[in-house]
Design a protein around this ligand. Structure first.
Ligand code: GLP
Length: 236
């Protein structure tokens, strides 16, 4: 496990984007596991800049996103599909047909989860998985629980996650109470994991996740067993 600390969010974002760019250079038709939340936004901006300068080519890349809110379709500006389009996909030369986000409006969510896992398997798994971390240690939307769930599944969001994510909505009541998330199986099978955590507010949970016991009560702690994790964090 590698820990890289930076003073500013800008430096953190540059470092994360350089790692993702390196992955695309290493394997141009790689599968990137992508994340939402505020932490990766700067990373996506840096990737867009590299693309604009002709330094990076997303032409052969496939992406699979971690999660989606239940009940929000891609046209809803709070959906994670919309987030990915506006923060990255619309601005780089990725083929949108090769960008995948779990369907939060699927009629049969269990079937949607199984199909998402099959898709990831058929793609040959994830080469690099980008993650943020929730204040309660969630990755994707794998919330603290009594077990680690392997498959893509539907979760009830915890009160603290709903509160934390309310800043993106008009008010707390509008935050969906459920989400569909990639499980720990696909995340742990990713060849590389890159976790970005912005600001001192994340330090406590980083310490618990990476230096405390491995427990589903702190979902990110499972990453202690992953052979190739880079954690990039910042002071400000
Ligand atoms: C959401 C996402 C997570 C993300 C987390 C932290 O809950 N589902 O994937 O890691 O937010 O977000 P932020 O980076 O804004 O703190």
């Amino acid at each position: 496990m590698k820990f890289l600390k930076f003073e500013t969010y800008d430096e953190l974002s540059t470092a994360a984007a350089n790692i993702i760019a390196s992955q695309i250079i290493l394997k141009e038709n790689c599968v990137l596991g992508l994340a939402t939340g505020s932490s990766p936004v700067g990373t996506y901006k840096k990737l867009i800049e590299k693309c604009d300068k002709g330094e990076l080519d997303f032409g052969a890349v496939t992406s699979v996103n971690l999660d989606e809110y239940i009940g929000l379709d891609g046209s809803n500006d709070q959906s994670y599909r919309y987030f990915m389009n506006t923060n990255l996909f619309n601005h780089v030369n990725i083929d949108k047909e090769k960008t995948f986000v779990p369907g939060g409006c699927a009629e049969d969510l269990a079937a949607e989860g199984a199909a998402y896992d099959k898709l990831i398997e058929d793609l040959g798994g994830i080469d690099l998985q980008l993650l943020g971390i929730g204040l309660d240690g969630h990755i994707g939307f794998n919330e603290p629980d009594s077990v680690f769930t392997k498959e893509t599944h539907v979760v009830d969001l915890h009160e603290s996650t709903i509160k934390a994510n309310a800043r993106f909505f008009a008010n707390e009541d509008e935050v969906p109470k459920k989400a569909i998330t990639m499980g720990m199986g696909a995340i742990m099978k990713a060849k590389r994991v890159l976790l970005v955590a912005n600001g001192k507010a994340k330090w406590d949970i980083l310490e618990k996740a990476f230096f405390g016991p491995i427990t589903p009560e702190v979902p990110a702690s499972i990453l202690q067993l992953h052979p190739d994790v880079t954690v990039i964090y910042s002071e400000n």
